[in-house]
Structures are given as structure tokens and as C-alpha cells.
Design a protein around this ligand. Structure first.
Ligand code: NAD
Ligand code: UDP
Ligand code: UDP
Length: 317
């Protein structure tokens, strides 16, 4: 596309009013690009992009990616999809539609425009993994008919579509498998563990530990992840992914709860609640590929990231 300024790109971010999307947009604007933010505001909020209201290089379009979209852009980041279990299980059929129809429409757009497209895939494609830590070569252990399946299988099918559009139509794809990420602009009560624990600690409520709290996750601070997104998009056409993006430091949920209690200075008590169905027992990314190809690894330590997230939640309360 002919542009006035060579280095300035017009970039589409779907799901741009969400947690990750709004941070990505801030980063891309700071690099001088023009942004079209597409979002149906299902789980996203205008508050996340309020500060961009009068920005000359920012445009918001309220649109559902399940329907065709005709815009002219140089790059696409496809993030539209509810991400927290409470949100994606609220309307599971819509979740699968968003992943699958959304991927088809955005891939159709990328095919017509001959532009690069990045997919926000997920560590959930590994399900409850029997290989630990998870490498990209692992095919996963996913229940196709459980309550998490709308999300897990929707994202797996989206990956299939990305690779078929790549093989069949030569679309330049980048598939990022994102592991648990946290930070400011997470929804306060979206049911995810970091937001739950911090908001419960700040309110002096009980900290809800599902199961015995021995299950593990690896938490990446949002700024680290966004840096990896941009590096991945900037790779040449030979790099398609899938590529794991996340922080390889693994914590049990008990350890996370203790870290939150220490940072918030809260006297909340830990209480046990039943473990949700199909809750993965452990999860940690092998990020060797990201280190090698993107020259990237997370820098922000859990304690520092939790402090910033707590400050944000405090500002909301
Ligand atoms: P989020 O819920 O904050 O953001 C998702 C955004 O997509 C919201 O603004 C929502 O309104 C929008 N959206 C949902 N359905 C849509 C539709 N049909 N059309 C248009 N917009 C729609 O979640 P997030 O944490 O920012 O996640 C962003 C992406 O990253 C998602 O695709 C998610 O699956 C993926 N991801 C996130 C994590 C994480 O830990 N945050 C981990 C793995 C993958
Ligand atoms: N599409 C879109 N914007 C475009 C081009 C295509 O939303 O600029 C949608 C289109 O509606 C179609 C989907 O993307 O349903 C897949 O497009 P593709 O060209 O692969 O399929 P076809 O149109 O041949 O079915
Ligand atoms: N979890 C918990 N208490 C909560 C919310 C979640 O113990 O209030 C646990 C949950 O069972 C899971 C882990 O924390 O084992 C991460 O849950 P989250 O929903 O944040 O992400 P995901 O399961 O999708 O990785």
C-alpha cells in the first residue's frame, strides 16, 4: 500500500479494547504506526482505550469479527476472543464462533491484502499436558467435549486455519501460543487467578484457592509479552510459529497467594474451593524457540509485576 511515511504502517488490532490488545495498541502507537482497533466490547471496555480517544493515529470500530470486515491495512494482530474461563464459558457457542469464524474472516482479509497476520493462540492448546515443560512440538492433551473445550478447541481450529491459509494461499502467518499473562487493565473480577487473588486481598475477602493449590502456572507480565508480539510480527516470512510466549518461572497457586498477601499486606485467609473440571495440573512454557528466533525472554519478576497490577487495581477501587 502506498504510504506517505515509509516506516508508518496501518495496523489492525482485533480485540483491541481488551487487556492485551490495549497494551499492544499503546506500544504500536508509540512506534508511530496508525491503528484500527476492532472490538465488540464483549469483555473489553472503552476505559482501556479512553486515553486514545483524541489520538490522531487511532480509530475505534465496534465490530464482531464473526462477520466480514473490509478495511485496508498492512498488518493484522488477531486477539479478539474472551480469555478468562468465566467469560468464555458464559456463551460457549459464541466463543467457538469467535475463534473459528473470526479466524476465517481475518485470514480472508489478510489473503486479499497480502499482509502479515498474527494469531493470539494459547497454552490451552496443550490442554492438561503430559509433557512438561511444554514445547511447540507437543500436540497436547485436550478434552474435546468439556466446559473448556469451546476455548481450547476453538483456538486449536484457528491454528489449523492459519496453517491451511499459509499452505493453500501463502498467507504470511505468525502463531503465538501465549501462556498466562497478567498486569494492569485485567478485568477486576474476571475469575482469573491473579485478578481474583489481588482483588480479594485488597477487599479483605477470603482468597479462593481451587483444589489444594498445588497446581502450577507460569505468569508473564504484560509488557514482556507485548515486546514479544512486536518482535514476532517483525520476523521474516519463514517464521510462522507456533511459538511459545510466556514466562518459564513456575509457581503453585499457594505460592502465588502467599506472594499476593505479602505485597498487599492483606490479612485475608486462604479458603479451599472445588477444582474446576479439566483444570490443567501444571503448565510451564519451554521458550527456547522464542529465545533463539526473537532474541527475547521475560524480564519482569513476578513480585514487581504484582506490585504494578496491585497499584492498578487500587486505582479502580
Ligand atoms: P480480553 O477479554 O481482555 O480481550 C479480548 C477482547 O476481544 C475483548 O476486548 C473483547 O471484547 C474482544 N472480543 C471478544 N469477542 C469478540 C468478537 N467476536 N469480535 C470482536 N471483538 C471480540 O482478553 P485478553 O487477556 O486481552 O486476551 C486477548 C487474546 O489473547 C485472546 O485471544 C486470548 O485468547 C489470548 N490469550 C490471552 C492470555 C492471557 O493470559 N491474557 C493467554 C493466552 C491467550
Ligand atoms: N473476508 C473479509 N474481508 C476481506 C476478505 C474476505 O472479511 O477483505 C472474509 C470473507 O467474507 C470470507 C472469509 O473472509 O467469508 C474468507 O475469505 P476467503 O477469501 O478465504 O474465502 P471465500 O471468500 O473464497 O469463501
Ligand atoms: N484459581 C484459583 N483460584 C481462583 C481462580 C483460579 O485457585 O480464584 C486457579 C485455577 O483453578 C487454575 C489457576 O488458578 O488452576 C489459573 O487459573 P486461571 O483461570 O487464571 O487460568 P487458566 O486456568 O486458564 O490457566
Amino acid at each position: 500500500m502506498a504510504r506517505i511515511y515509509d516506516s508508518r504502517k496501518r495496523i489492525l488490532v482485533t480485540g483491541g479494547a481488551g487487556f492485551l490488545g490495549s497494551h499492544l495498541i499503546d506500544k504500536l502507537l508509540s512506534q508511530g504506526h496508525e491503528i484500527i482497533c476492532v472490538d465488540n466490547l464483549f469483555t473489553g471496555t472503552k476505559r482501556n482505550i479512553d486515553h486514545l480517544h483524541n489520538h490522531p493515529r487511532f480509530e475505534f470500530m465496534r465490530h464482531d469479527v464473526c462477520f466480514p470486515l473490509y478495511v485496508e491495512v498492512d498488518e493484522i494482530y488477531n486477539l479478539a476472543c474472551p480469555a478468562s474461563p468465566i467469560h468464555y464459558q458464559h456463551d460457549p457457542v459464541q466463543t467457538t464462533k469467535t475463534s473459528v469464524h473470526g479466524a476465517i474472516n481475518m485470514l480472508g482479509l489478510a489473503k486479499r491484502l497480502k499482509c502479515k497476520i498474527m494469531q493470539a493462540s494459547t497454552s490451552e492448546v496443550y490442554g492438561d499436558p503430559v509433557v512438561h515443560p511444554q514445547t511447540e512440538a507437543y500436540w497436547g492433551n485436550v478434552n474435546p467435549i468439556g466446559p473448556r473445550s469451546c476455548y481450547d478447541e476453538g483456538k486449536r481450529c484457528a491454528e489449523t486455519l492459519f496453517f491451511d491459509y499459509h499452505r493453500q494461499h501463502s498467507v504470511a502467518i505468525k502463531v503465538a501460543r501465549i501462556f498466562n499473562t497478567y498486569g494492569p487493565r485485567m478485568h477486576l473480577r474476571d475469575g482469573r487467578v491473579v485478578s481474583n487473588f489481588i482483588s480479594q486481598a485488597l477487599a479483605g475477602e477470603d482468597i479462593t484457592l481451587y483444589g489444594d493449590g498445588s497446581q502450577t502456572r507460569s505468569f508473564c507480565y504484560v509488557d514482556d509479552l507485548i515486546e514479544a508480539f512486536v518482535r514476532l510480527m517483525d520476523t521474516d516470512a519463514t517464521v510462522t510459529g507456533p511459538i511459545n510466549l510466556g514466562n518459564p518461572v513456575e509457581y503453585t497457586m499457594v505460592e502465588l497467594a502467599e506472594a499476593v498477601l505479602e505485597i498487599t499486606g492483606s490479612r485475608s485467609k486462604l479458603v479451599r474451593q472445588p477444582l474446576p473440571a479439566d483444570d490443567p495440573t501444571r503448565r510451564r512454557p519451554d521458550i527456547s524457540l522464542a529465545k533463539e528466533i526473537l532474541k527475547w525472554e521475560p524480564k519482569v519478576k513476578l513480585g514487581d509485576g504484582l506490585i504494578k497490577t496491585t497499584e492498578y487495581f487500587n486505582s479502580l477501587i
